[in-house]
Ligand binder design. Sequence first.
Ligand SMILES: NC(=O)c1ccc[n+]([C@@H]2O[C@H](COP(=O)([O-])OP(=O)(O)OC[C@H]3O[C@@H](n4cnc5c(N)ncnc54)[C@H](OP(=O)(O)O)[C@@H]3O)[C@@H](O)[C@H]2O)c1
Length: 294
Amino acid sequence: MVNILITGSNGQLGSELKNIYNTNLFKFEKPVNIEFTNIDTLDLTDSIFLKRFIEDHSFDFIINCAAYTNVDLAESEKEKATEINSLCVKNIVEAIENSVTRFIHISTDYVFDGKNHFPYTEEMKTNPTSEYGNSKLKGEEFALKYDKSIIIRTSWLYSTYGKNFAKTIYKLCKERESLNVVFDQIGTPTYAKDLAYAIFQILDQTIKEDHFYKGIYHYSNEGVCSWYDFAKIIAEKSYSKCKIYPIESKDYPTPVKRPFYSVLNKSKIKQTFNLDIPHWQDSLNEFFKNLNNF
Ligand SMILES: NC(=O)c1ccc[n+]([C@@H]2O[C@H](COP(=O)([O-])OP(=O)(O)OC[C@H]3O[C@@H](n4cnc5c(N)ncnc54)[C@H](OP(=O)(O)O)[C@@H]3O)[C@@H](O)[C@H]2O)c1
């Protein structure tokens, strides 16, 4: 039996992984047992408890979905963001030091400054422009100190679980006659359910081949859009009469300036793990099907 730990499993990505596993939507070739923990059952800031928990279970894999994800609040809560996004990763890595456990950690496009005009590859220079981005980059550095780590950077994550842009626009479209949405920030949405499948595919392949392709990988859905384009399609799929108007970022000030360009190049993850990644509009259709069943 392959023993797996998934932390932060009440978040968007963790919930998608849990749902796929509990409803047998993914068939592993070998039997696996997955321990899903959350902040109440396994608080990663408690390094002593964490170490004991990990030693007691001897996990073959740990997938860390726990994070501090409030980008704006991280500016005033720098210490908390650093504790969860950086120091908790250090705690995990220290707890599995000298073990055979393989570690999969999730990171973000916010490690880049968004000044590119072509998709970011894994080798490109990082340069975070926010406390959230800084804390996530430090987390990556801790993860990479361990020689059996995979880091998956993703962007614009949304899900039927938790709070996110897609659900917010869906709700606002029902309440308002019009919405202004920025059209000068370009990226790719990622349906967390697709990323969850990709993680299970990576696990399954690693278990089968007994080979772990360590390093950094980029994953989002296929295609490119602005937040305005994303919102416009959400409004259409909601059968809403709400009008969506494009505005510039300068007319929608936020505590943290968002990257203007955060498209990720996904060639490495597709080739290494033979992944077929859905286009963001197809995944949005899936999201709506699942939202209606919610
Ligand atoms: N959301 C995005 O747009 C986005 C974009 C790019 C990358 N990412 C990355 O993708 C990953 C998954 O994001 P997500 O959207 O699924 O995050 P999320 O919904 O915010 O979930 C994170 C989970 O971590 C838990 N957590 C916080 N502190 C913890 C601790 N000390 N110990 C254990 N659990 C703790 C949270 O619990 P509480 O809610 O109770 O605090 C929450 O359930 C993260 O690494 C994130 O940085 C996200």
